[in-house]
Design a protein around this ligand. Structure first.
Ligand code: CDP
Ligand code: MG
Length: 717
């Protein structure tokens, strides 16, 4: 039980529990309802801190080719600035305003909000484009997208000629894609302002017919003359100096935020079980504090779903009047209609509790939050050049992150932030987060930059140079995968093909190889299923039952084939049902089927979408989609041939030693191979918690390694 150093607590107000009575809406009322909503939105827009500086911002963008805008979260940067620029005439030459976000969720929710504010249909004037989902058309002028997506567009349109303005949002996050993008944009901007460039305008116009990778359609978009590119860097951290220096002394503008005082509460002792502490605190707030919504920061989908279940269970035990708590998860792979629910006010008398990943730190601003619960942890990528392995690890937040999180409680009035750690720990936190480029596997970045014609990664103008050793290891990996030639150029066709697929290099390689192993159909499914988090869902109170059910899908060969079995079974169920009951009913029945089988319906659906998208991608590349049917040997051999660097051998004590680097790990408790202990395995990822775990594991024959990956392994005897 976390003990909170709370002072006098406000008593729970029973008036909040009054049932809601309201008039039945008639058509005219509905109309006036729409009108009222529009008015409310207008009023909200006008009251945002950024609204008072609209004219000045537009002027500054007109005067400066590069501008840095710094402003607190919630001041209106992301939703308003693009509209100001549109109204200020920055699209008059037919150009588009592109706004990049590090996160998919932010791109989607913000685009929806802005479309509503502009009173247009989403996908018309205002749209978004993220990997595997495109909501734009030729009339789109305000386009939200992930930074990774803009990088992919640059492959087809090196001058980004359709854009008159590019806004790099959330730059303070310093994701690896943002950093690469900053370097690239700096270069594009320079090229577009060079006079000599206009001689090749024709070529640029051809390129402007950007073939949209997302859905393969051609979306012609003619720009008459390439104007200089306006570049805007937006950040929520108050330190603009780094960005300004990188962009040759670019001007920085500060937008005043509005922040009410937030009471910070710490636990008396360190918490051993963060989930439990968060759970207790949610109920403590719900039962003892005044009205206001709760925002909880959790490290990932799994934690969110597990705590969601626990809150529901515990809520049922409360007296009915206290049950009015609305639980809303928020993470990247959540379907967008569910994501948007967090922005809708809770019904009268209800309190919302939003269980979010780091998204809610700065990327999206959720109205109504008065209480923040911050366990002080965040999931990040981590790469060790020594071992060459990238893993996801949960680490302590930086001070800057802790402050951002607590700030979420004070946007509309005074709030409270419950930090689930002792005050002494806060003092020891790092000031700010290390840029991702310093702690991730760079092979994807190198692949992307090579495809853009940048061969010298070390010499590339990064805001912060990646670690030399990490670059070398990543080059090595690409070389071993056959993506790079001896001259460090993209190989043809493997490297070229890998750069075209919107996947991590290992996954791309697996797909490319799969045609040769006659199992591309199966590998497409496996890669799609691996791209989503947690297919299985096991509620704590039904652990035994779920294990038995899940076993019916499990394959003695491992998790990859188990995932394949789930996908095939669900598809078969869906098809059979469609014939009998029609499409809509079939989807509904599938949801029930998922529930009965302890399968996460939304993850499965997401995997199906991804499957369709990458299938199109590989088809367009001309790869033959063949199938190995029920013979799983080719698939396992193909996994060994692609993920050979993730091969591990069993040790006498039952742990596994990763062959490439000697690291010791255990098979994750959720793996179907957990008990069987095969001699040799390949794994998909390594997670570090208190121990090293390998997840998504398949049994292989170690002799295959020398046969299929001779560039890496040789037989001693
Ligand atoms: O980018 P910045 O953090 O400066 O602010 P913003 O994302 O533009 O948000 C401005 C306002 O729009 C906030 O008060 C949000 O509550 C609101 N908003 C919303 O109601 N629904 C959304 N989907 C997005 C923003
Ligand atoms: Mg923003």
């Amino acid at each position: 039980m976390p003990s909170m150093a709370t002072g006098d607590r406000q008593k729970f107000n029973p008036n909040n529990n009054r049932p809601q009575f309201g008039p039945k809406l008639l058509n005219n009322d509905q109309k006036s309802d729409v009108f009222a909503r529009r008015q409310k939105i207008e009023q909200q827009r006008r009251s945002l801190p950024i609204a008072s500086v609209e004219k000045r911002l537009v002027e500054e963008v007109r005067k400066n080719d590069t501008l840095i805008i710094v402003g607190e979260t919630g001041s209106g940067k992301t939703t308003q600035l693009p509209q100001y620029l549109f109204n200020g005439g920055f699209c008059n030459n037919g150009g588009t305003i592109g706004i990049t976000q590090p996160r998919r969720v932010a791109a989607v929710t913000v685009a929806k909000r802005v479309a509503e504010e502009c009173n247009v249909e989403l996908g018309q004037k205002v749209g978004y484009s993220i990997r595997f989902e495109d909501m734009t058309s030729i009339s789109t002028r305000i386009k939200y997208m992930t930074d990774g997506l803009l990088l992919r567009e640059a492959l087809l349109d090196p001058y980004l000629s359709r854009y008159s303005v590019i806004v790099v949002d959330e730059a303070h996050e310093r994701t690896v894609q943002t950093d690469v993008l900053l370097g690239l944009l700096k270069d594009v901007q320079k090229k577009r302002s060079q006079k000599t460039f206009h001689q090749s305008n024709n070529q640029a116009n051809n390129l402007a017919a950007v073939k949209n990778e997302n859905n393969g359609e051609m979306k012609p978009h003619l720009v008459k003359k390439l104007n200089p590119l306006k570049l805007i860097i937006m950040s929520a951290s108050l330190d603009a100096k780094g960005f300004s220096e990188y962009f040759n002394g670019a001007k920085a503008v500060h937008v005043q935020g509005r922040q009410f005082p937030v009471d910070i509460l710490y636990t008396a002792q360190p918490e051993t079980d963060c989930l439990d502490a968060a759970l207790v605190t949610i109920f403590q707030i719900h039962l003892e504090e005044g009205p206001g919504d709760i925002l909880v920061f959790l490290s990932g989908q799994e934690e969110i779903e597990s705590i969601e279940g626990l809150v529901r269970e515990n809520l049922k035990k409360l007296p009915e009047p206290n049950q009015k708590l609305l639980i809303l998860p928020l993470f990247s792979s959540l379907p967008s209609e569910k994501q948007l629910k967090v922005f809708t006010p809770a019904p009268f008398g209800f309190r919302k509790v939003i269980l979010a990943t780091n998204i809610a730190e700065t990327s999206v601003t959720i109205p109504g939050i008065k209480y923040v619960i911050d366990p002080g942890l965040v999931k990040v990528r981590s790469y060790s050049p020594d071992s060459g392995i990238e893993s996801l690890i949960v680490v302590k937040t930086s001070k800057a992150q802790a402050l951002q999180r607590s700030g979420r409680a004070g946007r509309e009035g005074p709030g409270k932030c419950f930090r689930l750690y002792p005050e002494s720990r806060f003092e020891g936190l790092d000031d700010s987060t290390v840029p991702e480029i310093k702690r991730c596997n760079l092979s994807n970045v190198i692949l992307q930059l090579s495809a853009l014609g940048v061969d010298d990664i070390i010499g590339f103008d990064f805001m912060e140079k990646p670690d030399r050793m990490a670059v070398i290891r990543s080059l090595e990996l690409l070389y071993l995968l056959g993506a790079l030639t001896d001259e460090k150029k993209l190989s043809d066709p493997i490297g070229q093909q890998m750069a075209r697929l919107p996947l991590e290099p290992n996954d791309s390689k697996a797909l490319i190889l799969a045609t040769q192993f006659d199992c591309l159909q199966e590998m497409l499914i496996v890669v799609s299923m691996l791209s989503v988090e947690s297919i299985f869902y096991a509620p704590r109170d039904k652990l035994e039952e779920s294990r038995t059910v899940i076993k019916s899908f499990s394959s003695p060969d491992g998790d990859h084939i188990t995932l394949l079995n789930v996908y095939r079974a669900s598809l078969e169920f869906l098809e059979r049902n469609k014939e009998e009951n029609g499409k809509e009913k079939a989807e509904k029945n599938l949801r029930k089927w998922c529930k009965d089988n302890f399968i996460n319906n939304r993850s499965l659906k997401h995997a199906r979408d991804i499957y369709n998208q990458i299938r199109e991608n590989v088809e367009r590349m001309g790869l033959k989609i063949n199938s190995c049917g029920d013979d799983m040997l080719p698939l396992r051999r193909c996994l060994a041939a692609s993920y050979f660097l993730n091969a591990a051998l069993k040790q006498p004590d039952g742990t596994y030693r990763v062959l490439a680097n000697g690291q010791i790990a255990e098979i994750h408790p959720t793996s179907v191979l957990r008990r069987t202990k095969s001699e040799c395995i390949v794994f998909y990822n390594l997670v570090q918690t208190t121990r090293n775990y390998v997840r998504n594991v398949t049994r292989i024959d170690y002799l295959w390694l020398a046969e299929l990956a001779p560039q890496c392994y040789a037989l001693k005897d």
